[in-house]
Each structure stands twice: as structure tokens, then as C-alpha cells.
Design a protein around this ligand. Structure first.
Ligand SMILES: C[S@@+](CC[C@H](N)C(=O)[O-])C[C@H]1O[C@@H](n2cnc3c(N)ncnc32)[C@H](O)[C@@H]1O
Length: 291
């Protein structure tokens, strides 16, 4: 398969060439905070039967505004319900998203139907490992995504984070996984997951412009009373293939989580994974910096 014509990524603003984004100095100052909070809005997909794990449009919007100009090209290698594409559409950015599941790609298309503003956003049904076949080198200004979390959701839900009275909801016993497709990163143990993340993001690196950012949203998880440091697996995988970690932002979810249960009391202190996640901000180092 040859490189397809993904949307162009030329700037459609009059910002000076060295500017990272179209933000005003005041907006830039606000964005310097290292802890971010977001609210879901009416257009967000919260129905877990449509997609089990979406991030808010507001999150994608913040990242896109911070790391791109109007008209530039955004890539989401694990696009799911298409939240990144919706935010890109709102902001006049071109965008391409990939997902293994036809149902999710169709959902993306439906969410994008409503509006259009000159820029193009497309979702393609493909394995993220094949992205370099679809896109040209040095065209992408930002990659932003929330990948699967290894095989940690590939088990029936026990609803332990809920209070006892709330546990028996319609999610109890469900496997909150995208698919059992062996290509799905959500079927792999953490070690193989790290290796495949390395391969996928290694393939994406040459598609990024030098100094283009790559923002990855992951939580850590608990398994059999051990902390699984998914964020460290991701940092190590991306460093191995030439990305440089620039910032770690904490997505503080306390404003959107309610009615949590009690863990570990009275002898074993465990922070609730659902109360925060990581936003790992890497970039493709500028030429001359080892890439
Ligand atoms: C956490 S979800 C992304 C959710 C998205 N941020 C949203 O707001 O809807 C991860 C997605 O990765 C997809 N996926 C898993 N393995 C993949 C692969 N090898 N290539 C492409 N997509 C994959 C899953 O189908 C799932 O939709």
C-alpha cells in the first residue's frame, strides 16, 4: 500500500514562524500549570456501550491548542470514538485517526458529520503498526492519543472502586475491552505491550516534524496488590526509539469522579487510580540532537 493523501498540514494562520501555537501570552501562562482538570460536555461519548474509554473533548482541545497552529496536521494512532478528531474539527486543524475497530471508525464519522470548517478530519480502520504506509514523513505537527493499557482491562469488572451499594450496576462482570483481536494492544501483557508501543511510536517518529510533540494519556494500575507503572513502560519505550520526554502533566480527575469506594483500609495505603492520569508530553528532538 502506498502513502495516501492524508489532509495537508500547512498553517492557516498568520503567527510568526517560530511560534509553537496560536495562543496569546495570557493563554500560554494558564497552560503552564502542571495539573489539568476538564469537564465532559454534551457531545462527549459517555455511553460505555458505544466506547468504553474516552477522554473529554476539552482534553484533546487543550493539547491541540498548545502544540499546533490552525491548519496543521494532528495524528491520533488509537482514535477510538474520535474525540481528538472532534476537537480538531472545532479548532480548524486537519487530523487523521486510526483504529482497529470498524464500529469505532463509523462512530468517528458520525460525530464528524455535523460540522465542517475547511480543515479535514478522517478516521481510518487500520492497525497503528501500519501508519507509516498512510502518511508522509515530517507532515504531522502533533500526535495525541490514549492507547490501550496493556491487558489490564481484559478481565470481568469487579466494580471495586465503587461503594458496596453501587457495585451491582450494569457494568459489573463486563470485560471493558475493545476487542480480542490479537493485534489489539489491550490483549498484550505489559512487557509485550512495551515492545509494541516501541514499534508503533518508532514508526510514527519520522512522520513528525522536528520539535513536533507527542502526548500520551495513560494511568497506572493495580494488579494483585502491585502497582503496574504503565507510564514508565511508555516513557522507556518511546525513549528507546528517539523521543525526548518534555513534560509530565497530571490530569486531575477528582472533579469528575464521585462516590468512590474504600481501598486498603486500615493497613494498606493505595491511591485511587481513577483520581488522576498522566499526560506524557514527548517531542521529536530537533535535528542535531541525536535523531
Ligand atoms: C483508550 S481507546 C481511545 C479512546 C479515545 N481517546 C476516545 O476518546 O474515544 C484505545 C483505542 O485503541 C484501539 N486499538 C487497540 N489496538 C490498536 C491497534 N493495534 N491499532 C489501532 N487501534 C488500536 C482500540 O480499538 C481503542 O478504540
Amino acid at each position: 500500500m502506498s502513502v495516501i493523501a492524508s489532509p495537508e498540514g500547512r498553517r492557516a494562520c498568520s503567527c510568526p514562524p517560530k511560534h509553537l501555537n496560536c495562543l496569546t501570552p495570557k493563554e500560554w501562562m494558564k497552560a503552564q500549570l502542571g495539573v489539568w482538570q476538564f469537564y465532559y460536555e454534551g457531545r462527549d461519548v459517555r455511553d460505555k456501550t458505544l466506547h468504553p474509554a474516552t477522554f473529554p473533548i476539552a482534553l484533546a482541545r487543550r493539547v491541540i491548542e498548545l502544540f499546533t497552529h490552525k491548519g496543521e496536521l494532528v495524528l491520533d494512532p488509537f482514535v477510538g470514538s474520535g474525540t481528538t478528531l472532534v476537537a480538531a474539527q472545532d479548532l480548524g486543524r486537519n487530523a487523521v485517526g486510526f483504529d482497529l475497530q470498524k464500529a469505532y471508525v463509523s462512530l468517528c464519522a458520525r460525530r464528524l458529520e455535523a460540522a465542517s470548517n475547511g480543515a479535514r478530519q478522517v478516521a481510518l480502520e487500520a492497525d497503528a503498526r501500519d501508519i507509516p504506509r498512510y502518511m508522509a514523513p515530517e507532515t504531522v505537527s502533533l500526535a495525541v492519543t490514549s492507547p490501550p493499557y496493556a491487558n489490564l482491562l481484559n478481565r470481568p469488572r469487579a466494580n471495586k472502586s465503587r461503594r458496596t451499594v453501587d457495585r451491582k450496576n450494569d457494568q459489573l462482570g463486563r470485560v471493558e475491552q475493545y476487542s480480542q483481536d490479537p493485534r489489539d494492544l489491550g490483549t498484550l501483557d505489559l512487557e509485550r505491550y512495551g515492545a509494541e508501543m516501541e514499534r508503533i511510536f518508532g514508526g510514527i517518529l519520522p512522520l513528525l516534524r522536528p520539535r513536533a510533540h507527542c502526548v500520551i494519556n495513560v494511568p497506572d494500575m493495580w494488579w494483585e496488590n502491585r502497582r503496574l507503572t504503565i507510564h514508565m513502560t511508555v516513557i522507556e519505550a518511546l525513549r528507546r526509539v528517539g523521543y525526548e520526554l518534555r513534560n509530565v502533566v497530571i490530569w486531575d480527575r477528582t472533579n469528575i469522579v464521585n462516590r468512590i469506594g474504600i481501598f486498603g483500609w486500615p493497613s494498606n495505603y493505595i491511591t485511587m487510580g481513577v483520581t488522576f492520569e498522566y499526560l506524557l508530553d514527548f517531542w521529536r528532538p530537533p535535528a542535531g540532537d541525536g535523531v
